[in-house]
Structure formats: structure tokens, C-alpha cells
Write a protein that binds this ligand. Structure first.
Ligand code: 13P
Ligand code: SF4
Length: 302
């Protein structure tokens, strides 16, 4: 505890000295989420908020694609990621060359790219989306067919809500692909009356077995507004910790999987990032211009 308090104090001091802000994703551990982050949220909220940051330095307590998105939207600011190994199985599943091949195979079909991708992949795309706005993004295109990459399950879950045909890519989230409908059946048996919320990166049969599917922010809003007596969040483990801290009247059933990438962020790593101004995220300017256009098109969809 002494070390933790020491790290928090040092981080708060370094933020002032460096004129830095910390953007923390909903999957950060409570000491990062509640203790040192200035802005928290899902990947859509972090991208939106990154547009309004006035500090000189942004520390992204999340994964690499989130730091790249913050850099795309703030080319003149220093964006730091505490641990360069904080990747994402979805981002790693596809390359820019793969996207070019898909476009060649399906000429004229718009490419909708989940933000969980590298800037190189975004640069080949027409528009980005997150799990929080994917339905609106797809409907904004007014077409009956899209290439939706790289999350096969998200694409199928969103297609089921829009009636738009999706051409998919076999990328999966290593955390959410592990949940099964059997897990949900067990939870309902063991915890009568439980409300089950699932992230749309889960397989479609898991989403079908849940009561509601939504982004991390949508799950949090649901709990905050509806105040169910018992809830299970079918997602990364820190979600229940962070949402329960502000909803003391709700009982959280905790079946969860850890994201090893999100967990690369620790107070010590954030402190070291601010002390040594590491690890700076950079993007080739020509790639950045094209990737930014896809992110900005997404942010323009309301
Ligand atoms: P959200 O956009 O719902 O926060 O999801 C990001 C993510 O990485 C989920 O695994
Ligand atoms: Fe990527 Fe899944 Fe981790 Fe989110 S939870 S960062 S999608 S691996």
C-alpha cells in the first residue's frame, strides 16, 4: 500500500510538472481508473475526449491502438503509452496488405474498420467504428453491403441489428472469444434473477444468451440507470471492479477474463512513463493523414 500511495502521489505531481493528462480505459484496474486518470471511458469516449485535450502530454492507460488514435487526433502533442507490449489480438489479426486484398476482391464495397486496429489498417479504410457506434456508422453509409473488419463476431452481431450484409475477417478478441453460452446458463442457474450484459466482441451465441449487449460504456450506463439487483458483466475483469465502486447497491456476479494487454499498465509503469517521457507513440505522417480521415468520419456520425 505504501508503494501504491507513493506512486499515486508521484504521478499526480508529474502530471502537473509535465502538463499531462491520463486517459484511462474502462478496463484499467481501480487504482489507475479511479486513482490517477483524468478522463475515463470506452474507446469511443476516449477518442472523442482526445479531441478536446489541452495538455501538452497525453498518457494513454489502455492499449496501443488507443494511443495511436489519440496521436492521430493530436499530431502536435506528445502521446505516451506506459508499456509498448500493450497490444490487442484484434489489431494483430490484420495488416494493411490484407485490407488492400479485401478491397480488390470486393471493389466498391465500403470498408468499416473497428478502432481496434493499427493506423496502417485505418489508413486503408473508409470509416472507423467502435462497438458503441457501429450500428449508427453502418446505417450512415446507406448501403446494403459493407466490409467490416477485423472482428468477425462484432461484425455478425452488428449485422444482426442492421440488416446490412457484412463481409467479415476472422479476427477475434482473445478475452471475449472465450465466453460460451454455457457460462451464461451456469450464471443464471447459480444466481437467480441476474441481468446478463455482454460485450459485442463475444460470439453471437453468447450475445443471444445475454439480456443486453453493448460497449463498456453502454454496460456501465445500463447498470447506473437501471440499478439491477444482480448483474453479470460478460467482459474484462476490471469492468465489474470499476462499475461496482460507484454502484454500491448492485450485486456483481464476477465471471470474467483478464486482458493481458490492458494489464500491462500499472501505477509503476505510468509513473516511469511520466518520469522518463516514454514510450512516445509516433505515426508516419502520410499514413496518419489517411487514418485520421477514417477516424474523423466516424466522429462526425452522431
Ligand atoms: P469498448 O469500446 O467497449 O471500450 O471496447 C474496447 C475493447 O478493447 C473491448 O475489448
Ligand atoms: Fe483487444 Fe480484447 Fe484486450 Fe480489448 S479486451 S484490448 S479487444 S484483446
Amino acid at each position: 500500500w505504501a508503494t501504491m500511495a507513493d506512486d499515486v502521489e508521484a504521478i499526480l505531481r508529474l502530471k502537473r510538472e509535465r502538463n499531462a493528462v491520463i486517459l484511462g480505459h474502462n478496463y484499467q484496474t481501480p487504482e489507475i481508473f479511479h486513482g490517477v486518470s483524468d478522463i475515463v471511458g470506452d474507446s469511443l469516449a476516449l477518442a472523442r475526449e482526445a479531441q478536446t485535450v489541452e495538455a501538452d502530454v497525453i498518457v494513454l492507460a489502455g492499449v496501443h491502438f488507443m494511443a495511436e488514435t489519440a496521436k492521430l487526433l493530436n499530431p502536435a502533442k506528445t502521446v505516451l503509452i506506459p508499456d509498448l507490449r500493450a497490444g490487442c489480438s484484434l489489431a494483430e489479426s490484420i495488416t494493411a496488405a490484407d485490407v488492400r486484398a479485401l478491397k480488390a476482391a470486393h471493389p466498391g464495397v465500403p470498408v468499416v474498420t473497428y478502432v481496434n486496429t493499427s493506423a496502417d489498417v485505418k489508413a486503408e479504410s473508409d470509416i472507423c467504428c467502435t462497438s458503441g457506434n457501429a450500428v449508427r456508422v453502418i446505417e450512415s453509409l446507406g448501403v446494403d453491403r459493407v466490409i467490416m473488419i477485423p472482428d468477425e463476431y462484432l461484425a455478425r452481431n452488428i449485422a444482426a441489428q442492421t440488416g446490412v450484409e457484412v463481409i467479415t475477417w476472422p479476427g477475434h478478441c482473445e478475452v471475449h472469444e472465450r465466453f460460451t453460452p454455457f457460462d451464461i446458463e451456469q450464471i443464471r442457474q447459480d444466481h437467480p434473477g441476474v441481468v446478463v450484459l455482454a460485450h459485442p466482441e463475444c460470439p453471437p451465441e453468447v450475445v443471444a444468451a445475454a439480456d443486453m449487449a453493448g460497449s463498456t460504456a453502454q454496460m456501465q450506463d445500463f447498470v447506473t440507470v437501471e440499478q439491477p439487483a444482480r448483474v453479470a458483466l460478460i467482459t474484462e475483469c476490471s469492468m465489474s471492479d470499476n462499475v461496482s465502486a460507484v454502484n454500491p447497491g448492485v450485486e456483481f456476479v464476477r465471471p470474467c477474463n483478464l486482458c493481458p494487454h490492458m494489464k500491462r499498465n500499472t501505477l509503476a509503469a505510468i509513473r516511469a512513463a511520466l518520469e522518463h517521457m516514454r514510450h512516445e507513440v509516433t505515426i508516419d505522417p502520410e499514413v496518419a493523414d489517411r487514418a485520421r480521415a477514417a477516424v474523423e468520419r466516424m466522429l462526425a456520425v452522431r
